[in-house]
Design a protein around this ligand. Sequence first.
Ligand code: SF4
Length: 340
Amino acid sequence: MTNKMFCFQCEQTAGCTGCTGSAGVCGKKADTAQLQDELTGAFIGLARATVNNEDLITDTTDQLILDGLFTTVTNVNFNNETLRSLIDQIHLERNRFTPMCSSCASPCGKANDYDMSDLWNADEDTRSLKSLILFGIRGISAYAYHAAVLGYKDKDVNQFFYKALFVVGMDWDMDELLPIVLEVGEINLKCMALLDQANTETYGTPIPTEVSLTVEKGPFTVIAGHDLYDLKLLLEQTQDKNINIYTHGEMLPAHGYPELKKYPHLKGNFGTAWQNQQKEFADLPGAVLFTTNCLMPPKPSYANRVFTTEVVSYPEIIHIGEEKDFTPVIEKALTLGGYQ
Ligand code: SF4
């Protein structure tokens, strides 16, 4: 394959076959796609290094796996700097499992990074089954990540990431790969149950809720993505600040949770689905916070009012770090002033 990039992990993929040019349909550039492949290859190297070293896996290793897999989900991270940093962190972590490799006189290559072109150039059946496994665990990582934010983790789910990554790097035939594909489904269900438990035990059981689509006068912030904890923190930090909060796209279900809907300044939902954001945010007199997918490349007309947090990142867009101080978002909302 001599394409500049190859990615066919989502339903937006060009011509229903694959994004192969200078950028994908989602806006992901070829160099970013290549770094995401490098990142995935590094993960497979890490998974290889954990074989017979399972006792060395720590919470940090698990979190690195979640961060990295989630980072490669569609419309999450377009930032090459983040990707390079993650690759470095994975190599460091891999070296912790294989401390002798760097000084070995005849390296066996057992924990080497995997070359993702081997996957993209494999025969159709192998490519399809391995892609199902890889894209499946990327999706599961998003659920597991959100559950972990609330302190909920599952040993089976976390262990499966290493197993699945290891398998993607193996020359296995269909009979060996198919059971792993089925296991992806089982683990996915288990992880969804974990996230449901995390959300309902933290925010209460969701109840049918009427959501206003009217944006009231005055300063406001729109919050997109799936991270309910970020919404909760934003609601807390904007209390008594004369700022209203509106959900967008994937954040709409948040209105059903009793512990979130109790905030009177969670006013309603702005706009429609994620794919309309470039049109809907063009003249928005409010700040926008992306907590997870789905971020589209921000247009210059509104880029200066967009903020990212968690694994979401875009070059030159202000990122709210782990300290979760949303002051820049709040100040932007106040400056813009909202609709008058
Ligand atoms: S994630 Fe982006 S580059 Fe990959 S298939 Fe989807 S649209 Fe194309």
